[in-house]
Design a protein around this ligand. Structure first.
Ligand SMILES: Nc1ncnc2c1ncn2[C@@H]1O[C@H](COP(=O)(O)OP(=O)(O)O)[C@@H](O)[C@H]1O
Ligand SMILES: [Mg+2]
Length: 325
């Protein structure tokens, strides 16, 4: 029962999915006039690979810094593993592995010596543990080379290796895929999957949805310091599922006008191929079909549109910033 996150947990029972590993309550950070993080309530459960998504400047790093007790909230609190981080950081932080932005590495030293240096600061990290984490992040074989010869992906994985030295229960990774090439992103994804399978709870931030969508069980989307949504990837797609509808060209505009007058159809549009693209009543294609037929428009074809999660993300964050103005 410790760890069953292999598939996105859309079946999560309403009664609650188990132990809360990270909880923020009303978490707020103000810098002068700017609310970097605005009244954030989050719950991360044991076994989650939790994606914390938002555009640059949304407040992700600030949130993570507060979670790790690196900065003090203006308001609100953070609980990690059941303890308030402000009063129990000495007890809790050793159980949390973290990588905030790019890792601080000694470029002229080998990867192994970098790890050893961190291990000696932490204390009680045996040489065999260095072997274990190097193996885990697939740097065995390159561990004696100077870090300055490493690719960005290798440096990021070395950063994750550092976060793993004390075999933490929880991993908090701030944009670990940032700047990586596609191969590096795949390697990072594989690594996170391996760690999740080993029972770690993982909190990972990103400004690129595609980097995390294949591995995250749940996601929260942050924009301008505020939570836009907290959901599963499946729900995110379902809630914004659109259909492409081919109509006779002479009818497409009239159908569009009608659909846009419906509460579920406000984002409808005609694409560059003259095809109507729209959400459906309650998300069901057959209801959309019925609606159109009853209105006198018989679709030639009606199909769920391949989901572009990047678009969903943009729409969610853009519409939120629109509301704020
Ligand atoms: N130390 C700081 N002083 C003043 N403003 C800051 C500070 N750190 C972050 N900010 C501001 O807070 C907002 C959120 O930043 P950040 O948490 O770094 O966002 P993200 O990690 O999502 O890109 C930004 O507008 C940023 O300029
Ligand atoms: Mg950041």
């Amino acid at each position: 029962m410790v760890n069953t996150m292999s598939a996105p947990d859309t079946q999560r029972p309403a009664a609650g999915p188990g132990e809360v590993v990270i909880r923020t309550r009303g978490l707020t950070k103000q810098y002068g006039e700017r609310l970097a993080v605005n009244n954030l309530n989050l719950e991360v459960y044991r076994g989650d690979i939790f994606g914390f998504l938002g555009p640059n400047g949304a407040g992700k790093t600030t949130t993570i810094r507060m979670m790790l007790h690196l900065i003090t909230p203006t308001n609100g609190s953070v609980e990690v593993l059941g303890h308030d981080i402000a009063s129990s950081s000495a007890e809790i932080l050793p159980r949390v592995g973290a990588l905030v932005e790019t890792p601080a590495l000694y470029l002229y030293m080998s990867g192994r010596d970098n790890l050893r240096a961190v291990g000696s600061v932490l204390g009680g990290v045996p040489e065999s543990r260095l072997d274990d984490v190097l193996e885990l992040v697939r740097l065995k074989g390159r561990d004696k080379d100077r870090v300055k010869t490493y690719s960005l992906g290798m440096k990021q994985r070395l950063g994750v290796a550092m976060a793993l030295l004390q075999d933490p229960d929880v991993l908090v990774l701030d944009e670990p895929a940032n700047g990586l090439d596609p191969a590096g992103i795949v390697e990072m994804r594989d690594l996170l999957r391996t760690l999740a399978a080993a029972g770690k709870t993982i909190f990972i931030s990103s400004h690129v949805l595609t980097e995390v969508r294949q591995i995250c069980t749940r996601v929260a989307i942050l924009d301008q310091g505020k939570l836009v949504t907290e959901t599963t990837i499946d729900e995110l797609i379902k809630g914004h599922g659109e259909f492409t509808v081919q109509l006779e060209p002479a009818h497409a505009r009239d159908a569009l006008t009608l659909v846009r007058a419906q509460p579920w159809g406000r984002d409808a549009r005609i694409d560059e191929h003259g095809t109507l693209v729209t959400a459906a009543p309650a998300g069901h294609g057959r209801d959309l079909n019925l609606f159109l037929v009853q209105a006198g428009f018989a679709p030639e074809t009606l199909a769920p549109q391949a989901q572009d999660l990047e678009q969903i993300f943009l729409r969610l964050t853009n519409s939120n910033s629109g509301d704020a103005q």
